[in-house]
Design a protein around this ligand. Structure first.
Ligand SMILES: [Zn+2]
Length: 146
């Protein structure tokens, strides 16, 4: 399958390409470091079920884009810039998940899995529509689920 690259220029003009993989990594680091702490690259590998060399390659790329910073002990942390991108990814995932639960009556755990795939594809314009439809439920973004 050919990957699609979404440059979310209406969100952040920095030009970072949000491929699905980039979004998965940002979300994984955000979820794993829920309290703003660093997380190990091996924890990211386990969370995403990918091999360590793949994680190394992606981490290198995200560090080069100033989305992640390295910390001794094979740990990574979101930079301030990375955190903004991660919050956008997490918010989109939550809105899509919430839409599936409320509008389509999809069970929560199923909606979470479906949102993993769907959330990559929604535009910022659609995100705004979903947010309005749901009555802006994401005032506080939490990162503890899944
Ligand atoms: Zn950016």
């Amino acid at each position: 399958m050919k990957p699609h690259y979404i440059v979310r220029r209406d969100f952040d003009p920095c030009g970072v390409e949000h491929s699905p993989a980039v979004e998965d990594y940002l979300r994984a680091v955000f979820m794993l470091s829920g309290r703003g702490e660093a997380t190990t690259t091996s924890a990211v590998a386990v969370h995403l079920a990918v091999a360590a060399p793949s994680v190394s390659a992606m981490v290198k790329r995200l560090v080069a884009h100033d989305l992640l910073g390295r910390i001794p002990g094979h740990q990574v942390t979101l930079t301030e810039h990375g955190r903004r991108h991660a919050l956008d990814v997490v918010r989109r995932h939550r809105l899509v998940e919430e839409l599936l639960v409320r509008a389509l009556d999809v069970p929560r755990h199923e909606a979470d899995v479906e949102a993993d795939a769907l959330a990559h594809a929604v535009s910022q314009r659609l995100v705004r529509r979903i947010d309005a439809y749901l009555g802006s439920p994401t005032g506080c973004v939490r990162g503890q689920r899944s």
